[in-house]
Design a protein around this ligand. Structure first.
Ligand code: IPM
Ligand code: MG
Length: 359
């Protein structure tokens, strides 16, 4: 079986971690008797430099024609000028919207052997295993926005509208509910229904979908401010959490601290059909770019999600996940999780994962 995978290395440490994940995917394909064809394209800041836009048309069409997309990271200080008309992040937002990747899966779990690296006490963090499902193509990120001058000199006004339609809420809630059915059977929907009209529509719709289509699930609504507390006070109580775009952006950054490092967490952005987009949840880390010390494991694990979700190859995904577990259990650490102890570089860590893959 053959699959076309588009690589979008992007900026900062993106190229380093994507090239290592590619090595792992190629090896797993080999072992499983499959063939992957890789096609690397520019996105983000490097695309602005090369083509003047963060998502060149050729990149987008290559993605559309692929089976799956693996992205590194976009952005960096070079393109951070607040007055700039184009920003690297726009490339990411545009590809999400163009490919209708409305469901962003962000699994947040802890590894027992890394718990000492968590900022939370062991008895709170240990055993955390949450799947965040963040709505990714609606809400305040994509609602009407504007900026206008006011009559008073030097005064301006700006706005972004948070809006959702029933259909947009239904489809992402279904993805989350389906996932909960295959996990521990609990779904938490997060909103701000005590204040926002759009959240009241979210809550009504989510409740209806779950009660009528997934009656076996344990379901609860939680307000976003309370969720910010519960997430670090009792993270083990959550199984699948579904929420809108901006709340999901914030809560998943908070949740990503539970395991102790951003360098371990993958994510998947999925639509109802077409290729999915897989990436580490960390950013471009310009401070360590090019130094060979970035942790490649989040991107390698994103590769495992790619195999499971887009190529429907659970066995390949499990091979990668078990190899990562094995190298962590053996005590191998990149700098971000070494807590000042001995550490290995990006390539050495990947070499160890390759060596741990089943023959
Ligand atoms: C994320 C990032 C993006 C977002 C940025 C880079 C546009 O923070 O994927 O969480 O806000 O969605
Ligand atoms: Mg974010």
């Amino acid at each position: 079986m053959q699959a076309r995978i588009v690589l979008l290395p992007g900026d900062g440490i993106g190229p380093e971690v994507v090239s290592q994940a590619q090595r792992v995917l190629a090896t797993v394909a080999d072992r499983g008797g499959r063939r992957f064809e890789f096609d690397s394209r520019p996105i983000g800041g490097c695309a602005i430099d090369a083509c003047g836009e963060p998502l060149p048309a050729e990149t987008l069409s290559a993605c559309r024609e692929s089976d799956a997309i693996l992205l590194g990271a976009v952005g960096g200080p070079k393109w951070d000028d607040p007055t700039a008309k184009v920003r690297p992040e726009q490339g990411l937002l545009k590809i999400r919207k163009e490919l209708q990747l409305f469901a962003n899966l962000r699994p947040i779990r802890t590894w027992d052997c890394l718990i000492p690296a968590s900022p939370l006490r062991e008895e709170i963090a240990a055993g955390t295993d949450i799947l965040f499902v963040r709505e990714l193509t609606g809400g305040i990120y994509f609602g009407a926005s504007g900026l206008e001058a006011l009559p008073q000199p030097g005064q301006e006004r700006a706005w972004n509208v948070m809006e959702y339609s029933t259909a947009e809420i239904e489809r992402v809630v279904r993805v989350a509910a389906q996932a909960a059915t295959q996990r521990r059977g609990k779904l938490t929907s997060v909103d701000k229904a005590n204040v926002l009209e759009v959240s009241r529509l979210w809550r009504r719709t989510a409740e209806r979908v779950v009660r009528s289509e997934f009656p076996a699930l344990t379901y609860e609504n939680v307000l976003v401010d309370a969720m910010a507390m519960h997430l670090i006070a009792r993270p083990r109580d959550f199984d699948v959490v579904v929420t809108e775009n901006l709340f999901g952006d914030i809560l998943t950054d908070e949740g990503s601290m539970l395991p102790g490092s951003l360098g371990l967490l993958p994510s998947a952005s999925l639509g109802s059909d077409g290729p999915g987009l897989y990436e580490p949840i960390h950013g471009s880390a310009p401070d360590i770019a090019g130094k060979g010390v970035a942790n490649p494991l989040a991107t390698i694990l994103a590769g495992a999600m790619l195999l499971r979700h887009s190529l429907r190859w659970d066995e390949g995904g499990a091979m990668i996940e078990q190899a990562v577990q094995a190298v962590l259990d053996r005590g191998l650490r990149t700098r971000d999780i070494a807590r000042g102890g001995p550490s290995v570089g990006t390539v050495e860590m990947t070499d160890a994962v390759l060596a741990a893959l089943p023959r």
